[in-house]
Ligand binder design. Structure first.
Ligand SMILES: [Zn+2]
Ligand SMILES: [Zn+2]
Length: 392
């Protein structure tokens, strides 16, 4: 196989102004779940300008197709499009023009990088042995856009044989590529718990069933499930992210509402944690004269990298950034990612491209920012990965 890496790097330089402009424009106008109308139009306009076939699915999602002139498989490349409801720090170099909204996870860079990869791979069409499908996905940060896109036929016509996604990463040094086999991102479940007690006068607790005291016990027991019931070598998190009960100082309320997240990788660990949580809730409410409603909403499965796909990405990335910049994170990330639905359907790998220069860059933080130049690296890495997969 001819090595295309020099051409890919050359094309990444050449198309950088297009990517840079896209990133600046997306950063200025951040949009959230299924409202990525302007984002979607920007993608569509650029793909049209360069003659890349595409259509809109799942409201604001865009699917593009680059048909190689040689027969072969189909590889899917994915970028998430959505921003966050967060007010950007006033000191930011690139400014969001929408108050209360911000691209604070780097998805503006993901879209810009995938647009560049589309232009690069489209230029290599005559030598491309197979097809490249482009997945611009809405709503990663909230309700999830991957599943609706799959439901609307994303993985068909032509059928997808493998998939790759990149996340820009504030923990990794600028230009490093982190790739891991197996568990990469956790399965995030949401739980909703109502502790039902008996309200009354704060001065006479003996006549009540205090849901606040029950909640305090339950929250502690949840953390003890993590330390005492779970196998210490199987990662898991329980976080109570919200608790609401009572209004004033002298009334014991009748109920307390707790909302939180459970993060796991292993289905068995997940089952154990949910059942132990329910046991704890039942025991405490039973002992203290209350009752409960407990619901677990399964959101995404865990993202598990297929080792063969991870290897293809590793070798491809090394051609772009050099082998010394390829790192293997030792532990998976407890964050959730709905790319999991794609990775559950076809062999896939999810990689991280570093943006850190100096101090670690925190995602979902009002000061989040990165040097746009990184999209030269991310677009070249993902293009080389797609090409290497198709050429195998
Ligand atoms: Zn995020
Ligand atoms: Zn993200």
């Amino acid at each position: 196989m001819t090595d295309f890496s020099e051409r890919i790097k050359y094309l990444a330089d050449r198309y950088y102004p297009v990517g840079q402009h896209a990133r600046h424009s997306l950063h200025a106008y951040p949009e959230t779940a299924f409202e990525e109308v302007r984002t979607s139009k920007l993608i569509s306009d650029i793909l049209s300008e360069y003659g890349i076939e595409h259509k809109l699915i799942a409201k604001t999602g865009v699917v593009g197709l680059i048909k190689g002139e040689k027969p072969g498989k189909t590889v899917l490349l994915r970028a998430d499009m959505d921003a966050l409801e967060l007010e950007e720090a006033p000191s930011a170099l690139l400014r969001s023009e929408r108050a209360g909204y911000m691209h604070a996870c780097g998805h503006d860079g993901h879209v810009a990088g995938l647009i560049m990869a589309a232009l690069i791979l489209s230029d290599l069409k005559s030598e491309l042995p197979g097809n490249v499908k482009l997945m611009f996905q809405p709503a990663e940060e909230s309700v999830g856009g991957a599943k609706p896109m799959i439901d609307e036929g994303l993985l068909e016509n032509p059928p997808v044989d493998a998939a790759f996604a990149v996340h820009l990463w504030g923990e990794a040094e600028f230009g490093e590529v982190w790739i891991k086999n197996g568990a990469v991102m956790a399965a995030p479940d949401e739980f909703r718990l109502r502790i039902i007690g008996k309200g009354g006068h704060a001065a006479h607790p003996q006549f009540t069933a205090d849901p606040i005291v029950m909640s305090a016990n339950i929250i502690n027991l949840f953390q003890q499930i993590i330390s005492r019931r779970r196998d210490p070598v199987s990662p898991a998190v329980i976080t109570v992210g919200s608790i609401h009960a009572g209004e004033v100082h002298n009334i014991i309320p009748s109920h307390a509402d707790l909302v939180g997240t459970i993060r796991t990788f292993d289905r068995e660990v997940r089952k154990l944690i949910i059942s132990e949580m329910e046991k704890a809730v039942s025991a405490v409410t039973n002992a203290w004269g209350g009752s409960y409603e407990f619901k677990v909403l399964e959101r995404y499965p865990a993202v598990l990298n297929n080792p063969d796909m991870a290897d293809i990405a590793r070798i491809a990335a090394a051609k772009i950034v050099g082998a010394d910049k390829i790192k293997e994170p030792s532990v998976p990330n407890m964050g959730g990612e709905d790319f999991a639905f794609v990775a559950n359907a076809v062999p896939a790998a999810y990689l991280f491209v570093g943006i850190k220069k100096g101090e670690m860059i925190l995602h979902h933080n009002p000061n989040f920012s990165f040097d746009t130049e990184i999209i030269k690296v991310s677009s070249a890495v993902i293009s080389q990965t797609a090409l290497d997969f198709l050429s195998k």
